[in-house]
Ligand binder design. Sequence first.
Ligand SMILES: Nc1ncnc2c1ncn2[C@@H]1O[C@H](COP(=O)(O)OP(=O)(O)OP(=O)(O)O)[C@@H](O)[C@H]1O
Ligand SMILES: [Mg+2]
Length: 350
Amino acid sequence: MARDRVVTRAELPEDHVEPPEAAGVSPLRPQSLEEYVGQPELVEKLGIGIAAARARHEAMEHVLLHGPPGLGKTTLAYIIANQLQSAPPRITSGPALNRPTDLVSLLTNVQPRDVVFIDEIHRMPTAVEEYLYSAMEDFVVDVVTGSGTHADSIRINIHPFTLIGATTRSGLLSGPMRARFGIVHHLNFYSQPDLLTILQRSAALLTMHVEPGALEMVARRSRGTPRVANRLLRRVRDFALIRGGGRLTSELAAGALELEGIDDKGLDALDRRFMSILARDYDGGPAGLDSLAANMGEESDVLEDVIEPFLLQSGLLRRTSKGRQLTASGWAHIKLKPPDGAATDELFEP
Ligand SMILES: Nc1ncnc2c1ncn2[C@@H]1O[C@H](COP(=O)(O)OP(=O)(O)OP(=O)(O)O)[C@@H](O)[C@H]1O
Ligand SMILES: [Mg+2]
């Protein structure tokens, strides 16, 4: 169910590949730091890091990017690799790395100043993580030769490289791992003006005809997330073509968003279900995440990574030491009244 949502965590082909009629149009994903909208401090830090590394002909410091899905972590990894090396990054992910040996060929094959991108880096087993330490710090790896009683371990030098780690959960990363990154940055949700800029760029790339106000409406309902903005844009574009002859007006955008079940705050059916269950079954909370997840038939990871960050940011939900809890605005948004004695934020605020 969560996989069918516009805010789904997984990347879909439509995020990158253009539909056939738009062949020849460059992908929506920005290719350079100049095209990357928003996150100004991060962009500045990376711009300096890249320029300095190029000037010194050295590998750039390791970079750790954390933040909710769809805010541009993978995009940045491509941009950094492109600007450092004019080459794509070498990509892997935490769950794909089961044993240290899974890293050996990747690391021994890196070319000088390559970028290695590890997505979901918090999901690497400890043994793999520890294996990475010496590679990151001293650019050496231990390789086992022979087997059985003849097994031996030799230490070999590898080329200096830049590791880019991405995670939706920096809290799950160990202290020693985190300490090995020179640049650590949390990506925040995007502002409305930034989302509008992204939508304007995407609409131009998709050669859409847009009337004033229509993209603003999509921006307001994009949960501060570029990936969601671009997906909604495709939905409203289809809707405008079929229902309105192609030109996107605010009315058509509103119609398309309503059809998608996206409300005026950008919440969809799953968000509202989460809030309704919290309201009805737990009197608004506090409720434990695992219990809520079981109740919804969802994984707690999905709740924590995909649903909660935006509800927290919008002030509809809060986290207390006892669990998740609806705020007064949360109750108002789902048009329910808190029962007498329900712990809303006002009562619980320390
Ligand atoms: N700053 C930005 N400017 C313009 N477009 C952006 C920006 N950030 C992201 N996008 C768009 O949003 C899409 C999703 O971004 P990306 O895949 O980099 O997110 P992510 O942070 O890696 O997400 P996940 O955690 O799910 O892997 C991109 O394909 C790109 O089109
Ligand atoms: Mg990604």
